[in-house]
Design a binder for this molecule. Structure first.
Ligand code: ZN
Length: 322
């Protein structure tokens, strides 16, 4: 055949292009054809699922590294991943303001198992001023009314809650992929023991300290402080972009002096401007207390995870409460 060579050449070019394009299209957010795909709504759920799923599970974290999840919402590709995955895991408790719309717009033929990780946990009611603030921000996607009323969604910052969510994730993986039940059980047992150990470290270190008050920017530590007998004084609200009033700032300044507070805690995914200004006014220092809503690029590269970041948090808490 006289056109054979030309035809073969064309096919080689097309084949070559396909390989190049597949390479380009391959991102961290791709579904895997031969693993159980779990789409997690934000970092802690991603981390817990990776620890329990091990090699059998491909986990996609919807919120990109370095992005604060409170104001994030899914795009077209995320929606596609959610409806084609075996499991979609979200926190609930009003944390993902976008989730109801997302669930109702899922394709009718989707086989995805939807799991609300905070289900069964005892939730802390938001303070009255928070409710007012949320009502005032009519278009806010965060911390809006849920069927339980207004609740604080930051449940994962108590290691015992993390353990409970890990159990929920393990049970769901076993349901979806019974063939690997033994591995999921073993991974869960190991991870649960690490979370118990983390809880004991917190309890042993924090219980003897006489100072109990911490000043934080974003009101995200209620579950942690409740568990270990501390109280948090937040500068901002449940959502990190809620700005304080000047009266509020004055009150915090007074609080710092009255309680002999040495540090104002801030977090890395939002601006530290307010914490730095307030610290300068009150003549105190700033330090990081990480709400672990997402990782920075550096933390990802360094292999940080929920447990290692919680260990850093404990060190900083001890330093602040001396
Ligand atoms: Zn938050």
């Amino acid at each position: 055949m006289f056109f054979g060579k030309k035809w073969l050449f064309s096919m080689m070019i097309i084949a070559g292009l396909s390989v190049v394009m597949a390479g380009c299209g391959e991102s961290k957010a791709a579904l895997s054809p031969d693993k159980i795909n779990v789409v997690a709504s934000f970092y802690p759920l991603y981390d817990f699922t990776k620890k329990i799923g091990g090699d059998h599970v491909n986990v996609i974290n919807l919120v990109p590294t370095g992005v604060e999840p409170h104001d994030w919402s899914p795009k077209g590709r995320d929606m596609q991943n959610i409806s084609r995955a075996q499991m979609f895991l979200y926190l609930g408790a009003g944390f993902e303001g976008w989730v109801d719309d997302t669930l109702s717009s899922l394709q009718k033929d989707t086989k995805v198992t939807v799991v609300e990780a905070s289900k069964g946990l005892s939730l802390i009611e938001a303070a009255e001023e928070e409710v007012q603030e949320a009502k005032g921000k009519a278009d806010s996607h965060n911390h809006t009314a849920t069927e339980h009323g207004h609740v604080d969604p930051h449940v994962w910052l108590s290691p015992l809650n993390a353990k409970q969510m890990a159990l929920t994730i393990k049970d769901q993986l076993v349901q979806i992929d019974a063939a690997h039940k033994a591995d999921y059980e073993a991974n869960y047992t190991k991870y649960a023991a690490q979370l118990d150990q983390l809880h004991n470290q917190y309890k042993q270190a924090l219980t003897p300290l006489t100072k109990k008050q911490i000043v934080v920017t974003h009101q995200s530590f209620a579950y942690l402080t409740k568990e270990y007998g501390l109280t948090q004084k937040p500068i901002m609200g449940l959502s990190p972009d809620a700005e304080p009033t000047s009266k509020g700032l004055q009150e915090i300044n007074e609080f710092i002096r009255t309680n002999n507070v040495k540090y104002i805690f801030f977090e890395e995914l939002v601006s530290d401007r307010l914490a730095k200004t307030l610290a300068k006014d009150a003549k105190v220092e700033t330090m990081v207390l990480n709400p672990i809503e997402g990782l920075t690029d550096e933390q990802t590269k360094a292999g940080a995870d929920y447990i290692s970041l919680m260990e850093v948090n404990l060190k900083n808490l001890i330093k602040a409460l001396q």
